[in-house]
Design a binder for this molecule. Structure first.
Ligand code: ATP
Ligand code: MG
Length: 255
């Protein structure tokens, strides 16, 4: 089971759209079982699938140990092969220090994933992380084996990569297996600033995915309709890019 955190300290870089796109390609094209975990108090992923925050167990209860004993009772099947562990605004109230003191604390999500893996419940787990450094994103980085870092090509984002790498190396003290699968250039379009930014990023000592995701109006359109762009506009540039990215990360679809 691969557990991948989609993470960047910066907001609005495409973490949630990337989570949804990968999840849908993996279930629909690759026939994989996927668990998506909404780690963000904004609840974008949760509302995308459910319309509203459910009155059931969410990630906050998993982190505080107030969840059901059997993992499957805590998740919601949102489409065939795709399970969601929802978020709630309770995540904003979770205090890192309190979690550290608590019995379950930051490793609760890791324990949860171990139960999923033992049951063969998912082939891939994707954590949609919030912007910034929160209790939930820390828990996700404790449980993940890999990180995908979506970025936009502007000076602040490229500079922010250094902070991201510091965060990852500090997480390695508690999760030595954690590695950066790659930085993902999102909203790529042909203009000097973007092309120069790409060049600068690719000269830095960090893995950058060969595949970029092009800027496409179909993406914001699809979020209004609560549809994955890869389903809403199969032939759009972003959809084609996400399918190629999936090949880069997970290999060719098996026949
Ligand atoms: N390839 C793309 N082309 C055009 N617009 C895009 C693309 N990818 C994402 N967007 C738009 O960028 C915005 C941010 O995307 P998204 O919500 O996925 O980012 P995020 O990193 O999850 O944000 P947050 O940090 O608030 O959770 C959305 O309005 C989305 O429609
Ligand atoms: Mg998001």
């Amino acid at each position: 089971m691969r557990a991948i955190a989609i993470e960047n300290l910066k907001g609005g870089v495409g973490k949630t759209v990337t989570t949804i796109s990968l999840a849908h390609i993996l279930t629909e094209t690759y026939g994989k079982k996927v668990l998506v975990v909404d780690c963000d108090g904004q609840c974008n992923l949760t509302r995308f699938y459910l319309g509203e925050v459910p009155d059931t167990v969410t990630l906050a209860e998993v982190l505080t140990g107030d969840h059901e004993p059997y993992w499957l009772d805590n998740v919601i099947e949102v489409k065939p092969g795709l399970q969601l562990l929802p978020a709630s605004q309770e995540l904003y109230r979770l205090d890192l220090a309190a979690l550290r003191r608590g019995a379950s604390g930051l490793t609760a999500l890791r324990d949860f994933l171990e139960a999923v893996a033992e049951d063969g419940g998912a082939d891939v787990v994707l954590f949609d992380c919030p912007p910034g450094f929160t209790a939930a994103s820390t828990a996700a980085l404790m449980a993940a084996g890999e990180i995908i870092v979506p970025v936009l090509m502007d000076g602040f984002s490229v500079e922010g990569m250094a902070d991201m790498l510091i965060q990852v190396s500090s997480m390695r003290e508690v999760n030595p297996a954690l590695r950066v699968a790659g930085v993902l250039i999102n909203q790529w379009h042909r203009c000097p600033a973007v092309e120069q930014g790409e060049q600068l990023l690719r000269s830095m000592p960090l893995p950058v995915f060969r595949q970029t995701i092009r800027r496409t109006d179909k993406v914001p359109e699809s979020t209004f309709l609560k549809a994955a762009v890869v389903d809403y506009s199969v032939t759009s540039a972003a959809s084609r890019d996400y399918r190629l990215l999936c090949q880069e990360i997970f290999g060719e679809v098996e026949a």
